[in-house]
Design a protein around this ligand. Sequence first.
Ligand SMILES: *[C@@H]1O[C@H](CO)[C@@H](O)[C@H](O)[C@H]1NC(C)=O
Ligand SMILES: *[C@@H]1O[C@H](CO)[C@@H](O)[C@H](O)[C@H]1NC(C)=O
Ligand SMILES: *[C@@H]1O[C@H](CO)[C@@H](O)[C@H](O)[C@H]1NC(C)=O
Length: 192
Amino acid sequence: ISPPNEHIVLNEPWQPWWQRYQPISYNLCSRSGNEEEFIDMVTRCNNVGVNIYADVIINHMSGSSGGEGNHSSCGSWFSASKKDFPSVPYSAWDFNSNKCKTRNGDIENYGDIFQVRDCQLVSLLDLALEKNYVRSKVAEYMNRLIDLGVAGFRMDACKHMWPGDLENVYGRLHNLSLRWFPNGSRPFIFQE
Ligand SMILES: *[C@@H]1O[C@H](CO)[C@@H](O)[C@H](O)[C@H]1NC(C)=O
Ligand SMILES: *[C@@H]1O[C@H](CO)[C@@H](O)[C@H](O)[C@H]1NC(C)=O
Ligand SMILES: *[C@@H]1O[C@H](CO)[C@@H](O)[C@H](O)[C@H]1NC(C)=O
């Protein structure tokens, strides 16, 4: 399924598909529906043997030029310019701005692994996944999905994250829900 979390709402161009790849928070309300509808879908699908795996974005939040206001799929306030996402909450020091060495903070050279993993992918605000706090917030989000019955994840933008950071996050994940899955089942992980 498409990313189920809260995302930016863009008007220019009008609500493009890729707005769902600009997270604003980990609240479960997206263009596809709200939390109650999400829980209902996962429950009904699992009950007839259809397992769900969710597209999740943990590399970044919205684009740096995403503005400030409540233009998000649940109406939560955020400020891309101040790197402030109070519904998570993340603030400026949860991003990689100080690690990236390029002039404008974006990836300029795809041959440089430090740029590819520490700088902004097309201006998307790059989360500092080496921080325990950031790891704990993304794992909390993924564990909420697991506990609701999700069977795995399509990890967006893996090339842009350090393998050790991903390993740490995966190590925090719960086993799948005993309501539908055998004891000890691990989430299925597909890395973009
Ligand atoms: C904007 O979001 C904040 C919380 O994120 C909320 O308190 C406020 O009421 C919202 N404003 C509008 C106009 O929806
Ligand atoms: C799941 O397996 C663990 C370890 O084998 C065991 O301790 C636990 O009681 C089991 N849980 C259930 C609900 O069967
Ligand atoms: C997953 O289940 C296995 C087998 O029951 C157990 O040994 C392990 O501790 C569980 N892991 C987590 C993160 O709950």
